[in-house]
Design a protein around this ligand. Structure first.
Ligand code: GLY
Length: 304
């Protein structure tokens, strides 16, 4: 690629059915996340900062299954997973089953930048957060009143996991003016998950991936279907043939759908060539992205 690329950004709020949600409110939140990331990129900031800060917005918003708003597990606790990937170094930071951190994606970034390791889990990750200066919160502080009621209702009915029914994992992918790509993905996992269950989100190459010169991706949906196929790495690698981000996203989900019946998955992609794409097998995946003209668009479906 010659010359400086134009920065690009796309965010997702999770693949799912999104039944009974306030569409206008969800799309407003998606726009807000994209705007926060875009302001950073427009000012010459890094793709890493853009994806982290955009994801923080969604982690704070109870409409999304990440941070505050995460689904509780079968034990009635929130256990959150996150992954941030830096395409300029092919380094990443990941955390899984964290319970006391308000912004799991920011802890993942600290893992990447402030430790010699890549992946921390459970109590050790929460302890690391405190040592690195992040405030710890009570686990109950991460549970919304709505989710608490939903948990009680599920208990009362002895219901099994409602996978794919509702809010989803959040993610962001960006290309900055220096040609660096980054991706961020943050989740509370699936409702009624067994304590200790971890899905695709914190798995490098599955929940997210970034590699300068190719692009970056963030996935969403039923982790058990995504992590077997390293969906994000596969999709980013496919762009080496010259296909753009939209074709890569669609082909990746076609590959998955040919191997897993109803994979309940989605992906957002940015190519190092400045292309942006998204695709999902679910009925909805709230998405917002920055067009080539610098406008922010949002939809409950994929880009095209
Ligand atoms: N994609 C989120 C999860 O399966 O945990």
């Amino acid at each position: 690629m010659t010359g400086s690329p134009k920065p690009r950004l796309i965010v997702h709020g999770g693949a799912g059915t999104w039944v009974g949600f306030d569409e206008a409110s969800v799309l407003k939140a998606m726009r807000k996340a994209a705007e926060v990331g875009w302001e950073i990129l427009k000012a010459g900031g890094s793709a890493l900062d853009a994806v982290e800060k955009a994801t923080n917005i969604m982690e704070d918003d109870p409409q999304f299954d990440s941070g505050f708003g995460s689904f509780v597990n079968a034990a009635g606790e929130v256990e959150m997973d996150a992954l941030i990937a830096d395409g300029s170094t092919i380094k990443y930071g990941a955390v899984a089953a964290v319970k006391r951190v308000q912004y799991p994606i920011s802890l993942a970034r600290l893992v990447m930048t402030r430790t010699n390791n890549l992946f921390f889990v459970a109590d050790g990750a929460d302890q690391l957060a405190a040592e690195l200066g992040m405030p710890l919160v009570a686990n109950t502080q991460m549970i919304t009143p709505q989710e608490f009621e939903a948990f009680r209702a599920r208990r009362a009915k002895n219901a099994v996991s409602q996978v794919g029914q509702g809010t989803g994992t959040c993610g962001a992918v960006a290309l900055d003016a220096n040609g660096h790509v980054a991706s961020a993905t943050s989740t509370g996992g699936v409702p009624e998950k067994r304590k200790g269950r971890v899905g695709d989100t914190p798995i490098f190459g599955a929940g997210g991936y970034a590699e300068d010169g190719l692009g970056g991706a963030s996935s969403t949906g039923v982790g058990e279907n995504i992590m077997r196929f390293f969906l994000c790495k596969r999709v980013v690698d496919s762009m080496s043939s010259g296909i753009g981000a939209q074709m890569a996203a669609q082909s990746g989900l076609e590959f998955l759908s040919a191997r897993v019946p109803s994979p309940e998955a989605g992906i957002i992609v940015v190519g190092s060539d400045g292309s942006v794409g998204s695709s999902h097998t679910t009925s909805h995946m709230p998405t917002a992205w920055v067009t080539a003209d610098g406008d922010i668009q949002a939809t409950m479906k994929s880009i095209s």
